[in-house]
Design a protein around this ligand. Structure first.
Ligand SMILES: Cc1ncc(COP(=O)(O)O)c(C=O)c1O
Length: 442
């Protein structure tokens, strides 16, 4: 529209000015999720025709296993709203799966489904009145969720020498200050952002502290199936009465966009499950029906799904190990990963040279790295590390997942993929790491 009519409409709009900016205090000033933001920035650079190495967003690149996709096709016509907690066959499949895979003995009545475990974490913080305790570094969304709701966040520091793991001593020191304070403690293992995990002994020690202070332990095991040796151990059997197990389809099944996650509660936390289900009934109502039915197939497992997972682990183990070795050769400090698809390199051995380039914190470091090398990684400040620390999270997932698994398929069982094979299958990741090395040397 143009001409006098348009002019008078504009004048009217200006006179009324539209609704005023009135944001909830807890939301004011919040930035978009760091991982989503880096993904959008990388996509924008790609749209401008640049080659960007996307080691920012932690997304599985493997295709959803074919039997699970077939189950989704078979149920595409499911259209009804379902039970808030999730359909019975899926809750049963998840309860059975957790029992046989990880020795977590819970009934189907104690399962709550949601559109992603992230949404359930938000509901938990909304419904439960207590502090949020997380190690630093921790996944990017826990603390912002608490802040949106107005909960207090307590960060527990960890150390590189201890594999960035929460220790029983440090958790105890925090809880001892105010022993009766209600708390949710989140443990994530294998870890996003470090790719490291806990031993059974360490979990048992943490469980003892959790029990002493009667905290709710949210055990975020979304990467459990991607333990590189298939050796994931859950903390739930060590503290059965207080542990909620969180998981879903997003990482091991390559189905982040399907949006299906679960929480599994102990009997004694039925009141929390009930309260979360009430809020769920007033918000998302139920998780997508076709996805729930397809997920039954995923959690039923079987030889095809087991083979898919074995192949994914073999690739991630080899690629993660080689990536860590290349970064170490470039003078960074980084641990060999044990699970998931993350590394948490420390650039501080290059601190002086970086300072000479005007780079004294993780945000500036990652910005410049993207500018100069087109490699996108996330600053550790987004994971709760001190601003001045020169660490970052690198997700080694810039490759074609289906092609990479096909390339490995010819290898004899038990043989590790070597560097030429990995370069052929996952060249983007290794080129990106070479670029980081060249940039540091240059
Ligand atoms: C540690 C961790 N927990 C939870 C989630 C959320 O997963 P979803 O909401 O897809 O189940 C993610 C996703 O990136 C994650 O990395």
């Amino acid at each position: 529209m143009s001409g006098p009519k348009a002019r008078s409409r504009k004048a009217k709009d200006a006179a009324f000015g539209g609704p005023e900016v009135n944001l909830n205090l807890w939301v004011r000033g919040l930035a978009p999720s760091a991982t989503v933001a880096i993904n959008e920035r990388s996509d924008q650079l790609r749209a401008e025709g640049r080659r960007v190495f996307k080691l920012g967003l932690g997304q599985s690149l493997f295709l959803v296993p074919e039997p699970v996709v077939q189950a989704l096709r078979d149920h595409a016509a499911e259209k009804d709203y379902l039970l808030v907690r999730g359909v019975r066959p899926l809750r049963e499949a998840i309860a059975d799966y957790l029992r046989w895979e990880f020795g977590v003995d819970r009934s189907a009545d104690r399962v709550l489904l949601g559109p992603g475990s992230k949404e359930l974490m938000f509901l938990l913080q909304l419904v439960y009145y207590g502090d949020l305790v997380i190690p630093s570094p921790a996944w990017v969304s826990y603390a912002p969720q608490a802040e949106i709701i107005g909960r207090r966040v307590r960060l527990v520091q960890t150390r590189a020498e201890e594999g960035w793991r929460l220790t029983a001593e440090r958790l105890d020191a925090l809880c001892r200050i105010d022993p009766s304070q209600p708390r949710v403690v989140i443990l994530t293992y294998p870890s996003n952002p470090t790719g490291l995990t806990y031993t059974a002994d360490a979990l048992a020690e943490l469980a003892e502290v959790a029990r002493r202070y009667r905290v709710i332990l949210l055990s975020d095991e979304i990467y459990g199936e991607l333990h590189h040796l298939g050796g994931h151990v859950s903390v739930a059997p060590f503290y059965p009465e207080g542990t909620i197990v969180s998981g879903g389809l997003s990482k091991w099944c390559g189905a982040g966009g399907w949006r299906l996650g679960f929480f599994v509660y102990p009997d004694g936390l039925g009141w929390l499950l009930d309260a979360m289900a009430v809020v769920a009934s007033e918000t998302f109502t139920s998780t997508s029906a076709p996805i729930q039915y397809a997920a039954v197939r995923a959690f039923q497992g079987g030889p095809e799904i087991a083979a898919y997972l074995t192949a994914a682990r073999r690739l991630l183990r080899a690629l993660g190990g080689l990536s860590a070795a290349r970064l170490c050769a470039a003078g960074l400090a980084v641990a060999d990963p044990e699970g998931a698809f993350y590394l948490f390199p420390d650039f501080s051995p290059h601190q002086r040279a970086l300072a000479a380039r005007g780079l004294a914190d993780s945000r500036a470091l990652c910005e410049r790295l993207l500018e100069d090398t087109k490699v996108a990684v996330l600053p550790s400040a987004d994971f709760g590390r001190p601003e001045k620390e020169l660490t970052a999270r690198l997700a080694y997932v810039d490759f074609d997942g289906a092609a990479a698994l096909a390339a490995l398929a010819g290898l004899p069982a038990g043989a590790e993929p070597d560097e030429p094979l990995l370069r052929a299958a996952c060249g983007g990741v290794l080129t990106a790491i070479d670029r980081i090395g060249d940039w540091l040397a240059g």
